[in-house]
Design a protein around this ligand. Sequence first.
Ligand code: OGA
Ligand code: MN
Length: 204
Amino acid sequence: MLEDVNLTEVSADHFAAEGWLVIDNFADPAISFALHELITARAHAGVLRKAGIGRQDEYKVEESRRGDWIEWVDPEMPEGSVSSLVEHIEKVRAFLNRTLFLGLVDFEMHFTMYPVGTHYERHSDRHRSGSTRRVSFVLYLNPDWKPGDGGELVIYPPGREQVSVEPLFGRLALFLSELEHEVLKTHIRRISTTGWMRERNTAL
Ligand code: OGA
Ligand code: MN
């Protein structure tokens, strides 16, 4: 089932031991290119919105802390690249459930664009109790990213050395949402899709 997604038992072991995992060539390059085009076009068309920090009443835009622009993805969007990505992510979700019993029931994701010079300060995606975000994932979509372009993801696993992930085209980074992480300042316009696999809301 996973023949078109680069996942093995080794990946599951790595994720279980470290809390993060990088999968290169996650999707067919044609899909990643199409997503890059789609997000760039939507950014130009003014569809993306400045992202904020906090939830509900506390939600506010603070560019000095978080500089990205986003659009929440409707999984029913007609574009084939979006449905392919949704299918791929579903396979990863099923894989994590099967191998690690994570109990991930669904996911949400947004298109993301960091303009030149922006970053996202160190944070956790599982803010406060009640968050159902369990696994964060980012698919990097810049075809020409090279060292020096910035925008690396840095993960801070407790009690271990920090991990720097280069945002290479077609690479999927997965990590436990509770882990602290940051996006270093980017020197190019940085395009990605970012999402969260969620567990059932047990507070209800
Ligand atoms: C986020 C985030 C990491 C990245 O959007 O919450 O931490 O590499 N993104 O884009
Ligand atoms: Mn985050």
